[in-house]
Design a protein around this ligand. Structure first.
Ligand code: MIC
Ligand code: SF4
Length: 646
């Protein structure tokens, strides 16, 4: 049996373990990326490791999330990131240069490489044939220091694409179709690899859209082969020398198989409040809209914006709609300005935003009360837009732009002939907003504003845990529920005591105060359902609850990155052995786990007594030997320190 592209890359980067699905492997990481919302913590942790210069082939620090500077905090963090990057051998992409994933694809990604990013949409790089994975900031800090990335070995799913997309059907519809078929946890423990004749109708930005939103499947990453499209894209970016061909063997082995006939796809939309609630646009057409947003790391390439410009030409956005458009990078912005597209966009009344995450992470442009917002983004969790009762729908730029003109959700196939976007043979490339690391690191002083609060040391795992269930949640809890983002909260990403005030705030406003009280009496436990911790890679969703005294969580199943983050910060991630036991625990129950340390060393099951109900349940410890050692030490920083001291 031959190898898939993913297997070839994994084999070339394997430093520990065997490629057996589910077993822990360690991978050498060639490139890392960080962004400002996760990067401050990642760099504070990198500094704590005492390594003078990054040991990767390439590390880039982006500023794209915390762009609203309503006080000194975000601006201070940007200065910290710029100076710490210069000192430690990291490239710095300045605010205004664009969204990390779009810029990385354009300027740094290369076929066959591994990329680890402190952002869950790092898999966007799979559009170039990379194994590009999201992780918590601490894992990325370790990779910057030259350490491998430990993760359960994924299965490889082969998705064979046949046929070709019809007019007005977009690559976004491929990934929405995948979400419809597999659901938001369908990608757990899997790499999704696309192949087959259908990939030939997809250029690199279209492939990147598909890989980007593989994060919403919970997949470890997604990728395409590196072929003539990859070569053309890299050449058009002036980086032809980075291209290598990377194809699956003719008899490549895939652990699972899926087939999608692109000719049969129709325009799709994900309904509130999860990216997998996908239906054909025609089923919900006519829905009155208040807002339409084009952009985010999923759909902000030149093609996406140029298509919108061509559709908007001589039109005006419907009076009931506020439309925003975000170019994913400064280079895309330049390009649409140079070829006149920007004029059409402005003339149509669309609100052009700076190249950044913006409304996708609630940094402005919150919809009105109970407003309906149609977005080309990747997430529509409750409250993420900044308006708790808003209804957010996710779609392609094709659906978005036509709907913006009509004022109601519209199947674009009704709109007439689709304009053809002429892709530039050579993109405008200007890297002056990317600052290379300093030649004289000793001469660089790291700037630290008052918002940067040093991390408190964490204590080792105790031998007995007695905690009250502070919260019992449903399925599909996202890290946006656990640790909200948005303009009000994001400025505190480098201040754990302050940001912890917002933990679970959109679910239960009393969480923070109750947690602080419980912290004095043994701490708290959280009960969750399936797909717990989906979404963002933000490690604050592990660290801030830990700061508030959360000691363990028992859920039906965890999303990969969140589970890793809990381990990194010493919160015990437990699984119900029998999912029906979920019903046997209520909020307010007192739970006890005895002999935690001994059991955590090598047992696969652990008994949790419920003092309130007078019952006991069995929970599973699905952990590698390394995970166990990290938890016993009270988190990864303690563990790394202990290892270093021998
Ligand atoms: C997101 O889309 O939720 C974010 C904001 O990009 C996060 C990172 C963060 O919370 O800073 C992600 O996807 O990992
Ligand atoms: Fe930024 Fe949104 Fe992409 Fe996250 S999903 S990186 S917030 S654009």
């Amino acid at each position: 049996m031959g190898d898939s592209v993913a297997t070839k890359i994994l084999k070339a980067h394997l430093v520990e373990g065997e490629l057996t699905p589910g077993e822990e492997i360690a991978l050498r990481i060639d490139q890392t990326l960080t962004q400002d919302a996760t990067g401050t913590l990642a760099f504070l942790q990198f500094e704590a490791m005492g390594i003078p210069r990054v040991k990767t082939e390439l590390s880039v620090s982006y500023v794209d999330h915390n762009m609203l500077q309503s006080d000194f905090r975000n601006a201070d963090d940007h200065m910290y990131l710029q100076s710490v990057a210069a000192k430690h051998g990291v490239y710095f992409s300045r605010p205004g240069n664009g969204i990390c994933h779009q810029v990385h694809l354009e300027r740094f990604g290369a076929p066959g490489k591994t990329l680890l990013g402190s952002d869950s949409h790092t898999p966007t790089g799979g559009g170039l044939g990379m194994v590009a994975m999201g992780a918590g900031g601490l894992d990325v800090a370790v990779a910057m220091g030259g350490g491998p990335f430990y993760t359960p070995c994924p299965k490889i799913v082969g998705v064979k694409l046949t046929g070709c997309l019809k007019p007005w059907v977009a690559s976004k519809d491929i990934i929405l179709e995948m979400l419809k078929r597999l659901t938001a946890k369908g990608g757990f423990g899997k790499i999704i690899e696309y192949y087959g004749p259908g990939i030939d109708c997809l250029d690199v930005p279209a492939r990147a859209t598909v890989c980007n939103m593989g994060a919403e499947l919970g997949a470890t990453c997604s990728l395409f082969p590196s072929d003539h499209h990859t070569k053309e894209f890299l050449e058009a970016m002036g980086r032809g020398e980075c291209w290598t061909e990377l194809l699956p063997d003719a008899d490549a082995h895939y652990d699972e198989h899926i087939e999608i006939n692109l000719s049969e796809l129709v325009p799709l939309v994900a309904q509130p409040h999860n990216p997998d609630k996908v239906v054909p646009v025609s089923e919900v057409a006519g829905l009155k809209l208040n807002q339409v947003c084009v952009g985010s790391c999923t759909n902000s390439s030149y093609h996406d914006l140029a298509l919108c410009a061509l559709v908007l030409r001589d039109q005006v956005v419907a009076p009931n709609v506020s439309m925003t458009l975000t170019p994913g990078s400064k280079n895309v912005f330049n390009q649409i300005a140079a070829d006149g597209m920007l004029t059409d966009i402005i003339a149509a009344g669309a609100r052009v935003l700076e190249s950044a995450c913006g409304p996708c992470i609630g940094m402005g442009q919150a919809p009105p009360s109970q407003g309906v917002s149609l977005r080309t983004f990747n997430r529509n969790f409750v409250g993420r837009s900044g308006t708790k009762d808003a209804l957010v729908y996710l779609c392609s730029p094709e659906v978005a732009v036509v709907s913006a003109i009509r004022g109601v959700l519209t199947d674009p196939r009704e709109f007439g002939a689709m304009p053809e976007v002429k892709m530039p043979a050579q993109y405008i490339v200007d890297d002056r907003m990317i600052i290379p690391p300093a030649d004289d690191p000793a001469g660089v002083e790291v700037v630290r504003g008052p918002n940067i609060i040093p991390l408190e040391p964490l204590t080792a795992m105790p031998d007995r845990l007695e905690c009250e269930v502070i919260l019992k949640t449903e399925d599909n809890i996202s890290t946006d529920h656990i640790m909200p983002a948005g303009a009000k909260v994001l400025p505190f990403r480098s201040n754990i005591p302050k940001i912890s005030e917002f933990v679970y705030a959109t679910v239960d406003e009393t969480f923070h105060d109750r947690a602080l009280k419980l912290r004095e009496t043994g701490g708290s436990a959280i009960i969750g359902g399936s797909n717990y911790g989906q979404g963002s890679s933000r490690e604050h969703a592990g660290l801030a609850p830990r700061f508030l005294g959360t000691k363990f969580k028992i859920v039906k199943d965890f999303a990969r990155i969140h589970k890793a983050n809990l381990i990194n910060f010493g919160i015990l991630p437990l699984l119900f052995k029998d999912p029906a036991d979920y019903d046997k625990i209520s909020q307010g129950d007192r739970l006890v786990i005895d002999n935690v340390r001994a059991q955590l060393k090598d047992q696969d099951e652990i008994t949790v007594q419920n003092l309130t109900q007078g019952t006991a349940i069995t929970a599973l410890l699905q952990l590698s030997a390394r995970d166990r050692a990290i938890l016993l030490a009270g988190g990864k920083l303690n563990y790394t320190r202990e290892q270093a001291q021998g």
